[in-house]
Design a protein around this ligand. Sequence first.
Ligand SMILES: [Zn+2]
Length: 111
Amino acid sequence: MHEMSITQGIIDLCLQHAGGRRVNSLEVEIGELSTVVPEAIEFCFEACSRDTLLEGAQLVIVRTAGRGECQECTSETPLTELFGSCIHCGSSRVAIIAGEEMRVREIEVED
Ligand SMILES: [Zn+2]
């Protein structure tokens, strides 16, 4: 399962940064254009964090909006889907500039 390995990656990254301390919470950013399903990440996190320093940590998922740059009129346009079109001129030649990312933004460890 796709989300399972992503979640495992998030956990590994947090463990590296936590330096042996317990992780209280973590904030993960998932772009709206990403194919990653936040609910699935939450579900996998429960299972994957068990018996690690992340067990019981609060997982906060932040969605970031999709944005693109139109190759036709060069305007910036909001994107709600991967192959959206420009709201200004209707062109479908839009390069995605934000919204596909998936990253750990912040972790909070115990003192
Ligand atoms: Zn345009």
